[in-house]
Design a protein around this ligand. Structure first.
Ligand SMILES: CC(C)(COP(=O)(O)OP(=O)(O)OC[C@H]1O[C@@H](n2cnc3c(N)ncnc32)[C@H](O)[C@@H]1OP(=O)(O)O)[C@@H](O)C(=O)NCCC(=O)NCCS
Length: 144
């Protein structure tokens, strides 16, 4: 993901989330050199993912596919690419937060081997106040 991608990324972000990140948050991630990738199909950005890695732990900060192409395997592909990236940077565990109401994302994370390890109370803004976050984690095994 580059600065020039941000208008397209933001347009997807605003369609995909009820409480989207601002352009400033994406820019801060790029400035912090967090690994940030866009998924391109036929020359168009259709998804993206942002990771942070510190010591041997990685954190999925954002994972998103455009609403019109969801359910076609792109999210899984992006998540697997992130796990490869995390492994390549020496991470042994990967963490993420997800809304308990986000069934599709939770199903994907479970399917890829993540387990629930806790909850952060009132972590996310919600229409009627705040919503907890489920914290999920995955141990990265060395590649065979
Ligand atoms: C979550 C998200 C990234 C998944 O991406 P996607 O491209 O739609 O997912 P895929 O097509 O790769 O599906 C992978 C798996 O996710 C789960 N899944 C996807 N859509 C689903 C749905 N509508 N209902 C239930 N499970 C679903 C399934 O387990 C699916 O595997 P299957 O196809 O073998 O059944 C995407 O829905 C998205 O961007 N949502 C909005 C942003 C968001 O919530 N991001 C996650 C924040 S933590």
């Amino acid at each position: 993901m580059r600065e020039a991608d941000l208008p397209t990324v933001i347009a997807i972000e605003q369609r995909a989330y009820a409480f989207p990140w601002t352009q400033g948050v994406f820019r801060d991630c790029l400035l912090a050199n967090h690994p940030a990738w866009v998924l391109v199909e036929d020359g168009a950005i259709i998804g993206y993912a942002v990771l942070s890695v510190a010591a041997d732990e990685a954190h999925v900060l954002n994972l998103c596919t455009a609403p019109e192409v969801q359910g076609r395997g792109h999210g899984r592909r992006l998540l697997r690419a992130l796990m490869q990236l995390a492994r390549g940077r020496g991470a042994h565990r990967v963490f993420l937060e997800v809304r308990p109401s986000n069934g599709p994302a939770i199903a994907l994370y479970h399917d890829e081997g993540f387990n629930e390890i806790g909850r952060r109370p009132r972590y996310y803004p919600a229409r009627d106040g705040r919503e907890d976050a489920l914290v999920m984690a995955l141990e990265l095994l060395p590649e065979e």
